[in-house]
Structures are given as C-alpha cells and as structure tokens.
Design a protein around this ligand. Sequence first.
Ligand code: VGL
Ligand code: ZN
Length: 250
Amino acid sequence: MFVSVRLSWVLFLFTIPVVLSQNIALIIIDVQNCFLPGGSLAVTDGQEVIPIINSLRTDYKDAFRLVVLSQDWHCSDHISFASQHAGFNAYQEVSLAYDKNGVLCEPANSCQVVAYNVTQMLWPDHCVINTTSAEFDDSLVQEDSDIVIRKGFNCKVDSYSAFFDNGEFTQTGLHKILQDADISTVFVTGLALDYCVYYTSSDSKRLGYTTYLVQDASRGVANATSVAAVADMKSKGINIIQSDDVGAIL
Ligand code: VGL
Ligand code: ZN
C-alpha cells in the first residue's frame, strides 16, 4: 500500500508537465499571397516569417494541440477597399456608422440612431475570396489537422482580429474552438504585426489566454505603427518573445 501510493505520486508528478504543455495553440495570421512580396498589400520582408513559422511547427510539433491559420477573405467590393470610397485613397481613414444591429448606415446619414462608429483604414483591394491572392503561400507548412479561420467576409465590416470583426458585432468562432480544446496559451505569428497580429494578440489576452507574440515571426505594414503596436501589447501583458525563446517556454 505504502509503495503503491508513493509510486502513484511519482507518476502524477511526471504527468504534470506533459498535460500543461498540451494546452497551447499556435496561431498563424494571414500568411497569404496578398500580404507577401508581389501581393496587392505586400508587407515589407513578409516572406521572412515563413521559414521561422515552419520551424516552430516542425521543431515543436507535439507541443501545439492546435495550429490555427487565419485567412483574410474579402468580398470584391469590400468596405475596407479604397476603391469603394469615391474621393479617398488607400491609407486614408474613414469613419463608418452602424446601427444597433451592426448594419452599416448607407448613406452615413441614413440611420436614425447611430449605435457604433468604427474607424476604417482604407486599403488597396486585397485577399479577395477565391482568388490566388487570398491563398496561403505555397511554402507555408500546412497539415490536414490545421484549423482555418476566415475573416472579413462580411462585405460591410472589416476584421483584423481572428476573434471578432472590427465592430465586435460577431465572433469568428475561434474563441469557442480554443475553449473546446481547453487551450490556455497561444503563440501568435504572421502578418501584419501592426494590424491583424496586433488585434488578434490583444483580443487573445483580453479573452484570458496567456499570449505570446513571436516578434521575429511577424512583420508590419509600417515601422511606426509596428513599434507602437509592440509597446501597446507589452503594456497589456502580452509576452513579446523571439522564436529562439519558444523552446524554453514550452
Ligand atoms: C491586414 C490590413 C488589411 C492584416 C488585413 O492581415 O494585417 N491588414 N487587412
Ligand atoms: Zn484585409
């Protein structure tokens, strides 16, 4: 009896690290042709994240219970496209008004009551549904078990975060998927650091996940906004790490 109790304690202690290391998800944001060199919204040096993300996947295969890929997936006349706003250019901002049901006020003064105002940066047309531009890069390692979260397919509202649209009118389903898999920790990688990676990481932290931003596995649209995004993530308690640090954390 005495021996068997002690043996079970020993076994219990051995199981703890294994159980903990499996509550982790790797999230790969928008590694799509549109955001890579030659793409319609190319992120400078965006291709450099691909071998780093691939190594994380292959080096720590057993550590990630889930691998999630997000995919920016826009209607051809998406509201975030500068081409849909007469008199505006890409990289200018507009304010979008929505009613209490999250329906866009079109024209802007058509709603009796505006419930939400959402600032929208205007972009070149990018990542249109069912185009080569929206496909993941060929060299990105993918597995059948990967979960793909498409976002931004509501033509009237953008979705930077892989969790919510920009008005927080709807969830993408990612939070439920992570909860159902008992995920408590996420590592976020991909494009772009100052937009979709930033909003996904911020929402992940806000939803209660221990959140790591793998900085060298991400690139931003612009330097100033990327520096600001990293500082803001740090202030929110998101852990800013490099891919070399991952092994010691798992
Ligand atoms: C993104 C701008 C517009 C991103 C998506 O993936 O960061 N940025 N759509
Ligand atoms: Zn987009």
